[in-house]
Design a protein around this ligand. Structure first.
Ligand code: ADP
Length: 425
């Protein structure tokens, strides 16, 4: 994928995740506030019941307006005219909380305004019902007031509310895991991307470094082959020919690796110039001559295009024709290769046809052969080596020149590759 595309995908995904986190936080907050409101409402009802019962119990006839006051969402006062005894108050509180489904620990105390003292009650723990915990003393705040009051404090209110939010905590945890995976995947993608860039650059530099010594060896071996002394020494001539042949092979492999590097590099540049397609074909034919001779094959050309000049990248165009010829020779089967290269004109461009009488390609393989690294498995039976990159390179380059490529083939009969290239791309 293109470097910029990856960057945008990551930025977009990061923004989406931030958006999801904000929405999740909003809903968690809403759910907590709702739980808190419900809690306050239930406690209010329960404590109003206690206030009513306290009035009845103490035979107090004075009417108190709004006896229940909320000091905080976990701390409440009930104003009373006469302080109650602690065991009575405890029983009233427990009954009221059970009635109104307030199921969390609480502490209570009674402030006597005349004696100015706070009588602290017990810490009542809620398990499946309310149980007094005599060892823990209530810690409710003592406030001096003009009016006696009952103080009720819920020390675990926050935890109680959080426990009621099981679904939200679960969904937040899942979201957390998704974010972790996202962060990890992004990290891996970026690291892989960097690695592949380094590898590509390395391959590019390395193969370029190889090219100079290869051509020097090529020139030197040619000079050696022409030397009279070497020509008279059969053994030496054989070795120099071997050097030339192997050097040629090495050159071919380096070319392939360079083509692969071009395939990886999506932003390659075409250096267009006026080229004669017939010259290119003749050049490519002479490059494959050695391989052709080894298999005792033949190439015939019918270069009938009246207008063979195109605006194209010379190097890539040569590689395109070379790859097709190379394949036509490689996949000839047991028979000597017979290749025909044909050109004609259309109104807007040139059509180049490379036809062979080789092993052919099955219908099911035909739609895959232009994919990178795809090789027809029977290719191996004939011990034909390759990377599966040639045709994907050809297609990429033909399309970069705004051309098209087609293939017609029948197994056992042969294949025909038809390339159309416009005069100006
Ligand atoms: P490579 O030749 O390195 O395997 P290519 O991309 O050039 O990779 O070709 C892909 C596959 O297409 C080859 O493995 C081969 O099976 C098939 N193929 C290509 N050209 C021909 C041809 N002229 N005749 C038969 N099969 C071919």
């Amino acid at each position: 994928m293109h470097r910029n595309t990856i960057r945008w995908v990551v930025i977009f995904a990061a923004f989406s995740i931030i958006g999801i986190i904000i929405i999740q936080l909003y809903w968690v907050n809403q759910a907590y506030s709702l739980g808190e409101k419900q809690f306050i409402h239930r406690v209010d009802l329960a404590l109003n019941d206690v206030a009513d019962n306290a009035i009845k119990f103490t035979n107090d006839t004075t009417l108190l307006v709004n006896p229940v006051q909320r000091e905080a969402s976990n701390y409440y006062h009930i104003e009373v005219n006469q302080p109650l005894e602690l065991p009575v108050l405890e029983a009233m509180l427990i009954a009221a909380f059970q009635n109104h489904n307030v199921t969390t620990d609480f502490e209570y105390g009674v402030y006597d305004c005349i004696a100015d003292t706070m009588l602290l009650g017990q810490y009542i723990r809620y398990d499946s019902s309310f149980v007094a915990r005599p060892n823990r003393y209530a810690t409710i705040p003592v406030e001096k007031r003009e009016q006696s009051y009952i103080g009720v404090y819920f020390p675990k209110q926050e935890r109680y509310l959080l426990n009621k939010m099981g679904f939200w905590i679960f969904s937040s945890a899942i979201l957390g895991v998704v974010i972790l995976f996202f962060a990890f995947t992004t990290f891996v993608i970026l690291r892989q991307r960097r690695l592949s860039e380094i590898t590509r650059e390395f391959i590019n530099n390395m193969t370029h470094e190889f090219k100079t010594p290869i051509s020097t060896i090529g020139v030197s071996s040619e000079v050696l082959q022409r030397n009279n002394y070497i020509q008279s020494e059969e053994r030496l001539l054989k070795y120099t020919q071997l050097i030339a042949r192997e050097n040629q092979r090495l050159k071919k492999q380096v070319e392939k690796v360079l083509q692969m590097a071009t395939l990886e590099k999506h932003d390659f540049q075409l250096h267009k110039e006026e080229v004669n397609i017939h010259h290119i074909i003749e050049q490519a034919v002479s490059s494959v001559q050695l391989a052709l001779d080894e298999k005792a094959g033949s190439i015939s050309t019918r270069l009938q295009a009246r207008q063979p000049n195109l605006e194209a990248d010379k190097v890539h165009l040569t590689n395109i024709i070379y790859n097709l010829l190379d394949n036509a020779i490689k996949y000839s089967g047991d028979e000597p290769p017979e290749v025909l290269v044909h050109t004609t004109n259309t109104r807007q461009g040139v059509v180049i046809t490379v036809e062979d009488k080789g092993i052919g390609i099955g219908v099911s393989d035909m739609k895959h052969i232009f994919r990178k690294f795809y090789r027809v498995s029977t290719g191996n039976r004939h011990d034909v080596k390759g990377f599966g990159l040639g045709l994907s390179y050809v297609k990429l380059m033909v399309e970069a020149h705004k051309g098209t490529i087609q293939v017609k083939s029948k197994p056992g009969i042969g294949s025909t590759f038809i390339i159309y290239l416009p005069y100006k791309s």
